[in-house]
Design a binder for this molecule. Sequence first.
Ligand SMILES: Nc1nc2[nH]cc(C(=O)O)c2c(=O)[nH]1
Ligand code: SF4
Ligand SMILES: [Mg+2]
Length: 243
Amino acid sequence: MSALVLPPSLPVVETFGPTVQGEGPSAGRLSLFLRLGGCNLRCTWCDTPYSWDAKRFDLRKEITRVPVVDLAEWAAAHPHALVVITGGETLLHQKTDGWRSWMAVLRHTTRRVEVETNGTIVPQPVTLGVPRLTFNISPKLANAGDDEDRRIVPEALAALAELSHRDRARFKFVATGPDDLEEIAALVERFHIPPHAVWVMPEGTTAERTIDVARSLAEHVIGQNWNLSMRQHVLLWPGERNR
Ligand SMILES: Nc1nc2[nH]cc(C(=O)O)c2c(=O)[nH]1
Ligand code: SF4
Ligand SMILES: [Mg+2]
């Protein structure tokens, strides 16, 4: 009797789009989103707890194994869109057959790909080998609530910072107000992140709060020679899933 061989798949929370990338260097760009399940952090203000929080959500319902061939077909139907892989924490899946197979699909296209990550996991050759793939790294600050030794993994941040010098990675920090900027500056200095690779974005789940926080940050961010990003999906579709 031969063993049953399952096709490579990934634990998918949702696929959506085309929409626009809401955050960071590609904000406003037409995008498809693939959200994977599971996270190694527990940010208090997480906007996607349904991707990892088994206490509040039934993850067997939230997360479905989707064959990579189906993802390839879905992506191919929207050839003009940037592909954004988000979570949860995406790079948790890096050593799986599903990830390897998905990277192989993307490597054989000419499309742009962005991987959202919390910066706690070192990117591996399987991911780095996709030519137009860049990382959007959101290291978490004290405002997220986790202990520093969980949020800040020096080995991973150093590897990602190195990529940021070659425009393969950008850092995007969520700030709740100007008081958070000192902590960002300390990380930027410690890991030698070039200012052109730094984006600051306002925390908030409503358009009003997002704009208020952004207004409180703008002059300070510009003064540091950093970039400021709104969170366009929060402004356009506050509280909605699959946007
Ligand atoms: N439009 C849109 N842009 C996004 N950028 C990062 C997102 C995320 O949830 O990681 C996100 C999202 O959920 N929607
Ligand atoms: S790292 Fe991202 S997905 Fe994970 S808990 Fe924090 S905000 Fe949520
Ligand atoms: Mg997110």
